[in-house]
Design a protein around this ligand. Structure first.
Ligand code: NDP
Length: 285
């Protein structure tokens, strides 16, 4: 078997076209102008490149955005004050603080400070709590993007065994919750998991979010599985690669995401979706 490619780039292009129309209609018919504020602390090249990608995608769909760049030495108090100003600014619908933050700033404190109504990353505990409850909320962008990819191909989730490798707050944990909500049987794996290969090879849906280059090869993949590679690892030659050894995994999987052009573009696209949702939600208030 050679797997069908889950092309995140193509799907996100299609979704961005739809959002472009939606944003134009919101502006024209309801005078809602969705706006995202991105806050970047320091000058980490990877963070800067993610932020540029987000700005470009906003531009394309007609969502306005502004970038607040702060020096790496900025105090936690100053950052919290800036977030508060954005919370109180009625023209701002989404607030995103690019992670990671420098060590002297408490990441959780910063996430807590963002208004849950403007939390387009879906990381605020109120929104995570709603996700756990199965309530309507902002879904964290990466898992939301993965779910959208699975749904775009009508891949069965109900009753299927989903194995998630990785338990981070931004990818692994919410991914499992979303699939559980759709009636998958979910197994979480992490660095202390014993028999990782054995467990992974029972998965109908295998989501790999470890941050370990090519850690999962075809021997971890069940025949006919959907394999989602979240990993983004930069190789010595500067190219990006995932956590999954694509060549061997694609021989067993029915569906597989490439890296790049897989999960990455979908993550940004879901940020746009959440920003539009926030703008509509705030306009109703
Ligand atoms: P974290 O480092 O926060 O989490 C990694 C997880 O992998 C941890 O739960 C860790 O276990 C687990 N893990 C690490 N090594 C092993 C191992 N040998 N066996 C089993 N489990 C292991 O990473 P993130 O979740 O933030 O990101 C994961 C990857 O996805 C990274 O490459 C990141 O760049 C990428 N990413 C991509 C996005 C996209 O849009 N495509 C968005 C976000 C992230 P433990 O908890 O025990 O330490």
């Amino acid at each position: 078997m050679t797997a069908e490619l889950l092309n995140g780039r193509e799907l996100s292009d299609k979704l961005k076209e739809e959002m472009k129309q939606e944003v134009a209609a919101l502006k024209e018919q309801q005078h809602i102008h969705p706006h995202l504020t991105v806050i970047l602390v320091g000058d980490d090249p990877a963070s800067k490149s993610y932020v540029r990608g987000k700005e470009k995608a906003c531009d394309y769909t007609g969502i306005s955005s502004d970038l607040i760049e702060l020096p790496i030495s900025v105090s936690e108090q100053k950052l919290l004050q800036i977030i508060e100003e954005q919370n109180n600014n009625n023209d701002v619908h989404g607030i995103l603080v690019q992670l990671p933050l420098p060590d002297h700033i408490d990441e959780q404190k910063v996430i807590h400070a963002i208004s849950p109504l403007k939390d387009v990353d879906g990381f605020h505990p109120v929104n995570i709590g709603k996700l756990v409850n199965g309530e309507e909320t902002f879904l964290p962008c990466t898992p939301f993007g993965i779910l959208t990819m699975l749904e775009s191909k009508d891949i069965d989730i109900e009753g299927k065994h989903a194995v998630i490798i990785g338990r981070s707050n931004i990818v692994g944990k919410p991914m499992g919750l979303l699939l559980l909500e759709r009636n998958a049987t979910v197994t979480y794996c992490h660095s202390r998991t014993k028999n990782l290969r054995e467990i992974a090879s029972e998965a109908d849906i295998l989501v790999v979010a470890m941050g370990r280059q090519n850690a999962v090869d075809g021997s971890y993949v069940k025949e006919g599985a959907a394999v989602i590679d979240v990993g983004i690892n930069r190789m010595e030659n500067g190219k990006l690669t995932g956590d999954v050894d694509f060549e061997s995994a694609k021989e067993k999987a029915a569906y597989i995401t490439p890296v790049p052009r897989g999960v990455g573009p979908m993550t940004i696209t879901m940020l746009l979706k959440n920003t539009i949702k926030a703008a509509k939600g705030l306009a109703e208030k």
